[in-house]
Design a protein around this ligand. Sequence first.
Ligand SMILES: *[C@@H]1O[C@H](CO)[C@@H](O)[C@H](O)[C@H]1NC(C)=O
Ligand SMILES: *[C@@H]1O[C@H](CO)[C@@H](O)[C@H](O)[C@H]1NC(C)=O
Ligand SMILES: *[C@@H]1O[C@H](CO)[C@@H](O)[C@H](O)[C@H]1NC(C)=O
Ligand SMILES: *[C@@H]1O[C@H](CO)[C@@H](O)[C@H](O)[C@H]1NC(C)=O
Ligand SMILES: *[C@@H]1O[C@H](CO)[C@@H](O)[C@H](O)[C@H]1NC(C)=O
Ligand SMILES: *[C@@H]1O[C@H](CO)[C@@H](O)[C@H](O)[C@H]1NC(C)=O
Length: 535
Amino acid sequence: MSRADLKNWPIFSLLEPDFITQISMVAVFGILGNEALIVTKNDMVYALGTNTSGCLGTGDSHSTLYPKKVDTLCEKRIKTFAYDSGPHVLALTHQGEVYSWGHNAYYEVGNGSSNQTHTPASICMNLSDKFVIDIACGSHHSLVLTDEGEVYAWGQNNCGQVGSGISSNQCAPRKVNSSLSTKKVISIACGQTSSIAVTDNGDVYAWGYNGVGQLGIGNYVNQLNPYKVATLVGVVIEKVVCGYAHTIALSDEGVLYVWGGNTYGQLGLGNKTNTCIPIRLDGVPEMGRVSDIAALHCNHISVAVGQGGRIFMWGQCRGQSVTRPTATPLATIHEALACYATPSVMHKPLILHAEEEIGILDCLKQAFDDPITSDLTIQVQGKPIHVHKSVLKIRCQYFRSMFQKHWVENDQNVLEHEQFSYDVYKSFLKYLYTDEVDLPPENALELLDLANAYFETQLKRRCVQMIKQGITVLNAAFLYSTAIENNAQELEEFCFKFALNHMTEIIQTPNFANLDEATLKTFIIKAAQAGAFKT
Ligand SMILES: *[C@@H]1O[C@H](CO)[C@@H](O)[C@H](O)[C@H]1NC(C)=O
Ligand SMILES: *[C@@H]1O[C@H](CO)[C@@H](O)[C@H](O)[C@H]1NC(C)=O
Ligand SMILES: *[C@@H]1O[C@H](CO)[C@@H](O)[C@H](O)[C@H]1NC(C)=O
Ligand SMILES: *[C@@H]1O[C@H](CO)[C@@H](O)[C@H](O)[C@H]1NC(C)=O
Ligand SMILES: *[C@@H]1O[C@H](CO)[C@@H](O)[C@H](O)[C@H]1NC(C)=O
Ligand SMILES: *[C@@H]1O[C@H](CO)[C@@H](O)[C@H](O)[C@H]1NC(C)=O
């Protein structure tokens, strides 16, 4: 994952480039994807977004467009986050500790009280001597998995999702016992109001709400205690994920089994019929062996990584019901969810690696004016600019024809340039490497002249845009004549209209007095035609 992938998540649009380079992990959450948490390489934690239920953990419940520090989580070595729809948030540290904050009407915070919390606090009750290795949230309940394979649950329990044998809300973590008491659990997942555990021998246990068969136990009855998904005999399940009302299991042979709600085709079976028993998802040969799956308790989309790392998706994709796994050209599960899930939130935090991944565009940018790799020096006003013949040839018609004709014979590698100033010429060459125009607006006219001389239409358009933004009564006449000289009709028209609107003042400026006779004549005739001199 590279930092450029953050572009998929609009909430990060205002982050400064320098800040972005410091990021090591991000999580986008909330009922509309309007909240986010950020961990930086130096172990600081920030939050941004709306203040719903104090879910930013900043202590003050103010909304913020820009990242704000979450003091209590800084330097705590955060491993991952989980979040519910409240939103209520869990943070797991590498030391196995769990912090929680946010919405708490159903005791989601797990500290014994239902008072709202704006500040993360460590969950101690019944967990103080436990080392937690994974966390999961449903809409208002939470599960954690310890290194000993135990599951603890708390929060809303109207359907038995806490697995406590009763259906009253659970105010603090409580071990999920009964049929799991002697089992070692290796993976946990939450649907909206249901829970799943996978044991080390590949069995699946489910409890909580079962209205559309999401527990996969052959009936539609809610379960207050874990219940084994018995029909998966002879199949070793490694991982289970839950959508709002559906469940997907991945076997150690890369095969998918699906069950539960299917209103949007989220089971991928080609129809929209719910099922309360696991069905093997076959008939998608191009998907091949599956290596990873994702779904979220707050929506109805399913995502799988097929053979060759190809991303498939189905279910509710941007409002459409897709009933069969569909191959996409998207690069990652995160990208599929960013582009197609509603709400567009992350199934798990996005980890950005310490070493910046450098793409071809970055390399090109860095190559500009680099004396080490350069094979051509252009001297402008006595100052050298280091470039690469092939880049210039690829990017610019002017250089292409120049190097093709008489370059081979005298293979010189220094070129003197006199027509344009150093600043403008350098900015032009840099533009060829970066697509960016890095020049103050005052120089835009000279750059326009250059773009015109070198037949660079795109650059010409950029210059015209810069010039338009700088037009005033004082310079309008000058810009008008320059536009004519450079054959920039759009700019000419723009300046003319501006002049027409400020006729009296512009006629009295020195720049107007300096117009050559022909330009002046054309201008006056055009102005007359436009009705400027009506008596
Ligand atoms: C939190 O957000 C709500 C809605 O955006 C706003 O009405 C409220 O004033 C905010 N509260 C604080 C403390 O910023
Ligand atoms: C909840 O907060 C109120 C004050 O806001 C406090 O009086 C009460 O003791 C708190 N309840 C619990 C269970 O901590
Ligand atoms: C739980 O958190 C709430 C809100 O911060 C607080 O009022 C309460 O005292 C806490 N309870 C315990 C037992 O720490
Ligand atoms: C701690 O766990 C026990 C047994 O699992 C449970 O009965 C109790 O309610 C839990 N403590 C709290 C404060 O929830
Ligand atoms: C878990 O269940 C077993 C048997 O089902 C029982 O012996 C044990 O006391 C229970 N533990 C807790 C903490 O409830
Ligand atoms: C939906 O598809 C599944 C898998 O092919 C099949 O078992 C089931 O009978 C189908 N349901 C209906 C109503 O066609």
